[in-house]
Design a protein around this ligand. Structure first.
Ligand code: HEM
Length: 406
């Protein structure tokens, strides 16, 4: 078995994690030249130490010709990528985070429930009429996609336009691009930037009850509001951070229910287990398998020395199967008492600010689907491999599902 750059390992990485973890929770992955941190406590240790492990993008990546071409398109005709939030360290990060935290409060998330229920019911109506669906294309993509698109002021039917923007924004993270590909993707992002700029201006003048208005107005009396370049980068992060991740979580949740019919039956008999089911899904198959940091000085984790200026990948997906924390970690068990101790949303100052929203999307989706349908089952073969190749995300290609009523 090769390593994490191998699409076969990416599709089902858990055996590889277990074999590596049995030797050490930290290792050097030679073919990608990165250090992998796979133990739960080790992942936490790295993420809590922002002085040693920086979130600022590696200079090598910024100087890559494709990324330079991408940036040039945005600089010349839009807004240059300015590092905010996830791509910064404290104290710069602290200001962004304080304002973003103000936007994603539990009260704000609760307020989205009717909108989410409306989207879920609308999608469920179509699935019910058809009897079968591709759960990825017909539910898991449109739910978070329509939600964010509507927050942006787009029409529900226009969410495909939004999807094109989101795909372009994610392209360079998912795979290496040629210069020509980078320019094509940047042109699409440029279209999104101009649409967003007009929406930011509208909300500045007349705030509404949506995420954009909250972001545009998220500042103290004595503080500067976000600039247009900052708003563009924050929206980029909300779109890239909130869309494909939630799609993966929803698809995986459904896949696990049909893979483990005993757990589906248990969840139907005991709906009070729904919150724990959601946590166990996020633990069992983390939507973000790994993310990166750069060392600012030589460091030591689990007795392994990592040099200065090295790229470190914290592997949430492996940490969630750490046998030192989770008993029988490869068993999908919706009654697991410590399921919520998973690392799927990260740790420390960058802990996912969208976690409550993602949980709410999953909660509304499965509350309504479990209520409206009496059984979910596979309606065909899954593609092989099951996931699109990605070193850090879990995009399922397709999930043919039949939803039965009594
Ligand atoms: C199941 C769905 C989701 C998963 C698994 C997930 C996972 C993560 C993880 C692991 C991080 C930590 C990044 C780091 O340490 O560098 C993170 C950060 C972030 N997430 Fe999420 N996320 C999800 C949904 C969302 C949603 C719905 C939004 C917004 C609408 C969102 C927006 C963000 C942003 C803006 C950050 C950066 C925060 C910072 O740097 O302070 N995420 N997410």
């Amino acid at each position: 078995m090769t390593g994490l750059s191998d699409p076969v390992v990416q599709d089902d990485p858990f055996e590889y994690y277990a074999a590596q973890m049995a030797r050490c929770p930290v290792w050097h992955e030679a073919d990608i030249g990165q250090w992998v941190i796979a133990g739960l406590e080790e992942v936490r240790e790295v993420l809590m130490d922002v002085n040693t492990y920086s979130s600022e993008p590696a200079r090598a990546r910024r100087a890559n010709p494709a990324m330079l071409a991408y940036q040039q398109v945005l600089e010349q005709r839009g807004w240059p990528r300015q590092s905010t939030l996830q791509r910064t360290d404290p104290p710069v990060h602290t200001r962004y985070r304080k304002l973003v935290n103000r936007v994603f409060t539990p009260a704000v998330v609760r307020q989205f429930t009717p909108q989410l229920d409306d989207i879920v019911n609308d999608l469920a109506d179509r699935i019910e009429a058809a009897g079968t669906c591709d759960f990825v294309a017909d539910f898991a993509l449109p739910l978070p996609g329509i939600f964010i698109a509507e927050q942006l002021g787009l029409d529900r039917t226009d969410y495909r336009r939004f999807r094109r923007w989101a795909d372009a924004m994610l392209a360079s993270a998912n795979r290496p691009l040629t210069v020509d590909e980078a320019v094509t993707e940047a042109e699409i992002e440029l279209e999104a930037q101009h649409f967003l700029a007009a929406e930011f201006d509208k909300r500045r003048a007349a705030p509404g009850n949506d995420l954009i208005s909250l972001l545009v107005h998220a500042h103290d009396e004595d503080e500067q509001p976000f600039t247009m370049a900052e708003l563009q980068d924050l929206m980029h992060q909300l779109i890239t951070g909130g869309f494909e991740t939630t799609t993966a979580a929803l698809s995986t949740a459904m896949w696990l229910l049909v893979r483990y019919p005993d757990q589906q039956a248990l969840l139907r008999a005991r709906p009070d287990l729904l919150p724990n089911f959601i946590e166990e899904v996020l633990r069992f198959d983390a939507p973000v398998q790994g993310l990166w940091r750069q060392t600012t000085c030589p460091a030591e984790v689990a007795g392994t020395t990592i040099p200065e200026h090295a790229t470190v990948m914290v592997r949430f997906g492996a940490a969630n199967r750490d046998p030192r924390v989770f008993d029988d970690p490869d068993r999908f068990d919706i009654t697991r008492v410590n399921a919520r101790n998973h690392a799927a949303f990260g740790f420390g100052v960058h802990f996912c600010p969208g976690a409550a929203l993602a949980r709410q999307e999953m909660h509304r989706a499965f509350t309504i689907l479990l209520d409206r349908f009496d059984r979910f089952e596979l309606a065909g073969d899954l593609p092989a491999p099951v996931h699109e190749p990605s070193i850090f995300l879990r995009p399922m290609k397709q999930l043919p599902i039949r939803m039965l009523r009594r």
